[in-house]
Design a protein. Sequence first.
Length: 335
Amino acid sequence: MEWSWTEADTDRLISWLKARGLAPQGGRPEVRIIGEGHSNITSLVDLGDLRLIVRHQPVIRANAPDVLREARHIAKLNTAGVLAPRILAMAAAGEALDVPLYVMEHVPGIVISGDLPEPLRQDPRGMAHAMIDALADLHGIDAARITARPLDEPEANRQHFAMLRGLIADLAGHEGEALRAMAGRLEESVPDAVRQCVVHSDFRLGNLMWAAGLPPRLATVLDWELSTIGDPRLDLGYFMIAYPAPGIARTPLQDLGRALYQAEFPAISDLLSRYGERTGRALADLDWFAAFVAWKTAVFYVLSRQRGEDSYYDDDAHCRAFLDAAADYLARRGK
């Protein structure tokens, strides 16, 4: 993804913000891209005494992430008390920029995209507990406040799987063959869905913002573009493939969260037990969900690379790593 703020784009955005009372008259605000996302673009608008965050699509295309759907979803989460930044405004394509965007509050804090910083390095156990507790609390939100869709759909996981499998039905080459082969293994035992809840779908260290100081405390949870209603074990499976997992092939998500390897963090089994105690949920078939989400993420990486819009996805080793992890989880499930 190659995009940068031009002077003309900045002027258009600031004029739109001023017209809505979100930016003061006068002065010359600074707008710059922040974060290391590989889909929608996040920018900081520095107004001196006030800061705002803008999220927008990089280009208009048929399969671009729907940034306004993300904004409307977060706005519903705001009303339900979910730990997410507050939405302040939205703009359709052509209103502020040539692409849709939304504005949210700036939450001060630390996002860990590299090495584990001080003072958080001093309390990895507290960090891990804050992470899994936030996921448990998200799943505890009454999803009926977010959607009118039925929440008891035993076939939901099979429908989700079938939709993803359709995306690779005609995928050529060795990756297509490997993805379809893993799909065949997963299909043998797709679990019935439990009562659905709000799922984040990208809940990992790099999408969490930490308050300064100790004890470790989350300031907010970021990047809700993939959030939806689904089986809570989908989030747990994703968390498993993004957290250190001895005996399982290391995934690119774990590489993005390398800070979790730089201190003595609790075992994933301890965190899953804590989640179960906090939620009262039975946690059956988690190895299948970890395998499924690893396969699903491999599908996403391959399709993203084929579009050729972001050099991050150019490495075909990503697909192999996710499929290796999926195979390891399925093998462990059979023991």
